[in-house]
Each structure stands twice: as structure tokens, then as C-alpha cells.
Design a protein around this ligand. Structure first.
Ligand SMILES: Cc1cc2nc3c(=O)[nH]c(=O)nc-3n(C[C@H](O)[C@H](O)[C@H](O)COP(=O)(O)OP(=O)(O)OC[C@H]3O[C@@H](n4cnc5c(N)ncnc54)[C@H](O)[C@@H]3O)c2cc1C
Length: 427
């Protein structure tokens, strides 16, 4: 266990994507930074392939090395029992998180941050971070320790009905002809992405894609076991058992993803939350890489400009709170859907390519006037969707309005805001 310094400007808990990014951005802005990670540094954070938007990478000023990315965005076939939506163009690339974490840690070190692995944060004592290697005085403390981390703000536990159990792994392809035949049987052209929805409940996915010209296959799964469904790992294991063309596992992992909208409070006293620790995860598909990195950057920028942790909370909620709360409303409806309802959503253009693309790209869809008549006709044929859609539409509007009004003042106005948001979203 390495020694920790006595005092720093910023002490960061966790050296995964959010924490390593925070270490980099704070150090680049001239702060004296300590980042403490309980695993070995080379084992921190996500250790599998994740999708991330090129827009997030560009805004974060991250240039992924060629070896860490798996080509350009490929068409995605979203498939339910009887429905299909093909998203031909979108902004999501597959990236090796082991390489992204290593890159961010290298950039943090190069900017002058101190990173210490195999050291656990035990808690906070006023302006001291307490670790099992000693105490560190810090002007600011950043909790980037993920869902099961240090919980320095006693964040409420995430209800199990809002936890996605996900798994992702890369395997060798043992028999390329058989692999191609499997994709062809599902109607997926070579190299494109099979994303089967509703494999285990309304909010669940089996996403399969060939990499490296068919030498390897990447499988991503996720579901909500608390609703009575098999976990992402169980779905993945079953696919591998059932498909003899899938060979030896190369790498991968599994974990729980918080799907609930980000916490109303992202900071208190001298502590700020970023990443999964703040539930800054895009709820529609449990994507937290870009969100955590951009939150880390916003936090570092805000404090470097002389702002406060409160300014960070306000800026985050006003920019992203509405988007995340809106997609959380959709996610909560989606996870209650039976297969037939999912088919309805995926048929006749109710969920069309533009809407699905917006979801993948983590933006709000734009509903043009021209799109309204076909949508209205589609909904007349699928009346069972109308109550749920109407409720989500109202929640989307309410969430955006309230997020834009996230109050700068603490106490009474904030409590009223928080209650209002909970009422709008019915949670
Ligand atoms: C299988 C799977 C697939 C996913 N796919 C995608 C995807 O395609 N796209 C996407 O954007 N997101 C995806 N996600 C979500 C994404 O991986 C997370 O949102 C992201 O890793 C969160 O990053 P983080 O740095 O906030 O937290 P973490 O990655 O959890 O890192 C937290 C770090 O803090 C350390 N830590 C914890 N407690 C302490 C302590 N007390 N002291 C010191 N250190 C501590 C941990 O060891 C860890 O290294 C997926 C998740 C899973 C499980």
C-alpha cells in the first residue's frame, strides 16, 4: 500500500473512467490531485467493451487510440418478437474500457496527479479523506467510486427495481460460417449489430456483434433481475452454451448499473459526486461512461473558474438533468412492458429510426410536424400504447421545465424543487 500525501487540493475516490477523468481535468487545471483506488490501478473501472458516443469523446477531448476502438458506428437492428427498427446511422462506437481507463490514468499522471492503487477510502472526517493508508486533508473531495463505492454523501441506495444486471464479454469465433448463418437467420447483414430487446422483461437486451472481420464476437446483455427475470450474465451464458460457434472467452465482466435518474443533490459540504456514484447514467440503456467523464470535466471547469460545488450541481442539472429524467420516465414505462407491447412499440413507426437514433446518441428526439400524422395513425392502430406514451410525454416536458429551473439556493426552494420533480416523475 503506497503512502498518501498529507494535503491536496482535490482528493478523488476511484480511478475508473469518472475518477481518472476527474484526476486528469483537475491536474490539467493546476490543482494538486490525489486519486485513490481500492483495486490495482490497472484493474480499475469497467474492464469490458462499452459503447460511447463520438460526441462525448470529442467534448471530453479524448482521442482513443485505434487499438482501443472497434471501427466506426455500425447499423443497429433493434429487434423484438415481431418488430424491428433499423438505425443505419448513429454516433456510438465500441471502445475497450481497459484502454480508456489506462489512457485517462496516463493523462492524469502526465498532468501531475498522484494516483494510488490498492488503497481503500474508508470515509470522510470533515475536510479529511480517511483511507487505509492514512488521512489526507483536501479542499475538495470527489466521490467517483461507483455504485458500490464509498458513498461519502450517504446517497440513498438504488432500489433493486432500478438496477440493471449487465454482462459483456468478447469471445473467439470458432466457426465463422456458422456465426454468419446465425446472424443471417436473424436477418442481420454481415458486420451489423443484432440488438434483441425483451429477452428477459421489457427492459432487457441481448446485443451481439462480430469484430475483427469475424475473428471475435462481442456479446452485451442486461436485464432487471428484481422484476423476476434472469440476469444479464445468465442470458449471456445461455447464448454461449447454445451456440457452438462461440469459442473461448477473451475478456469481459459484469456488474450492476444504476438506472434511476441522477440524484437531486450532487454535492454537499466539500464533497461532489460524479459518475455511477451520482447515478449519472443514461437510463434508457444504462450508459455511464460519457456521462461520468463529462460530469468530471464540468466539475473541474466550474471549480477552476472560481465556482462552487453548488454551481456544479446547478450547471449539471440545468444541462443534463431534463434529458436524463426524461429517458428515466421512458425506461420505467419500458420495463413494465409485456412482449406484445414491446412489439407494438417497435412496429408501424411508433418508435421510428429517428427516435431510436436519438436514444442511442443520448439526445432528445425532435418531433417534426410532418411526423405527427403517421405517428397518430400508428397509435390509432396500437391504442394500448396511448396511456403510457401520454404519461411519459407529460413527464418529459415536466422534467425539462423543472431541470431548467434547478434552484441555486439551498434549503426551502431546493426542497420544494425536489418534491416537485418527484411528483412530476411519480417517484
Ligand atoms: C456489463 C456492463 C456493460 C456496460 N455497457 C456500457 C456501455 O455500453 N456504455 C456505457 O456508457 N456504459 C456502460 N456500462 C456502464 C459503465 O460501465 C459505468 O457507468 C461506468 O463504468 C461508471 O464509471 P465510474 O468511474 O463512475 O464507476 P466505476 O467504473 O464503478 O469505477 C469506480 C472505481 O472506484 C473504485 N472504488 C470503489 N469504492 C472505493 C473505495 N472505497 N475506495 C477506493 N476506490 C474505490 C472501484 O474499485 C472502481 O475502480 C456498462 C456496465 C456494465 C456492468
Amino acid at each position: 500500500m503506497a503512502a498518501v500525501p498529507d494535503a491536496v487540493d482535490v482528493a478523488i475516490v476511484g480511478a475508473g473512467t469518472s475518477g481518472a477523468a476527474a484526476a486528469r481535468y483537475f491536474a490539467e487545471r493546476g490543482a494538486k490531485v490525489l486519486c485513490v483506488e481500492r483495486r490495482a490501478l490497472g484493474e480499475a473501472g469497467a474492464r469490458w467493451i462499452n459503447g460511447i458516443t463520438r460526441a462525448a469523446l470529442a467534448e471530453a477531448e479524448i482521442e482513443l487510440p485505434r487499438s482501443a476502438r472497434f471501427g466506426e458506428p455500425h447499423p443497429v437492428h433493434l429487434v423484438s418478437d415481431a418488430g424491428r427498427v433499423v438505425v443505419r446511422t448513429h454516433d456510438v462506437i465500441d471502445a475497450d474500457m481497459r484502454a480508456l481507463v489506462a489512457l485517462l490514468q496516463e493523462q492524469a499522471l502526465a498532468a501531475g496527479a498522484t494516483l494510488v492503487g490498492e488503497t481503500s477510502v474508508l470515509g470522510r472526517d470533515g475536510d479529511h479523506l480517511v483511507t487505509d493508508a492514512g488521512r489526507v486533508r483536501a479542499r475538495w473531495i470527489v466521490d467517483a467510486s461507483g455504485l458500490a463505492g464509498a458513498r461519502l454523501l450517504d446517497q440513498p441506495l438504488v432500489g433493486t427495481e432500478h438496477l440493471c444486471a449487465a454482462a459483456q464479454a468478447v469471445f473467439e469465433v470458432r466457426d465463422l460460417d456458422a456465426a454468419r448463418a446465425w446472424f443471417a437467420a436473424a436477418g442481420i447483414p454481415p458486420g451489423e449489430i443484432y440488438a434483441r430487446l425483451g429477452v428477459a422483461g421489457g427492459f432487457s437486451i441481448l446485443n451481439v456483434r462480430l469484430h475483427d472481420g469475424g475473428r471475435t464476437v462481442s456479446v452485451l446483455t442486461g436485464s432487471i433481475p428484481a422484476l423476476g427475470f434472469p440476469s444479464g450474465k445468465a442470458i449471456l451464458d445461455k447464448l454461449v452454451r447454445d451456440q457452438p460457434w462461440i469459442g473461448a472467452r477473451v475478456f469481459g465482466g459484469q456488474g450492476a448499473i444504476p438506472l434511476r435518474r441522477p440524484y437531486d443533490r450532487l454535492a454537499r459540504a466539500n464533497v461532489a459526486l460524479v459518475g455511477d456514484a451520482a447515478c449519472q447514467v443514461f437510463p434508457a440503456h444504462g450508459s455511464g461512461i460519457g456521462a461520468g467523464i463529462l460530469a468530471a470535466r464540468l466539475l473541474a471547469d466550474t471549480l477552476a473558474r472560481g465556482g462552487t460545488l453548488r454551481d456544479y450541481e446547478v450547471a449539471w442539472h440545468r444541462r443534463w438533468g431534463g434529458l436524463f429524467a426524461a429517458y428515466d420516465a421512458f425506461r420505467r414505462w419500458n420495463q413494465t412492458m409485456a412482449p406484445a407491447q414491446l412489439d407494438d412499440l417497435m412496429s408501424d413507426g411508433v418508435l421510428d429510426e429517428a427516435f431510436a437514433r436519438a436514444g442511442l446518441d443520448q439526445t432528445m428526439p425532435r418531433l417534426t410536424l410532418g411526423a405527427l400524422p403517421p405517428k397518430a395513425r400508428a397509435l390509432r392502430r396500437r391504442p394500448g400504447l396511448v396511456p403510457g406514451l401520454a404519461r411519459v410525454a407529460a413527464q418529459v416536458v415536466g422534467a425539462h421545465v423543472l431541470s431548467a429551473l434547478y434552484p441555486h439556493s439551498e434549503r426551502r426552494r431546493f426542497s420544494a424543487w425536489s418534491r416537485g420533480m418527484a411528483r412530476v416523475l411519480a417517484v
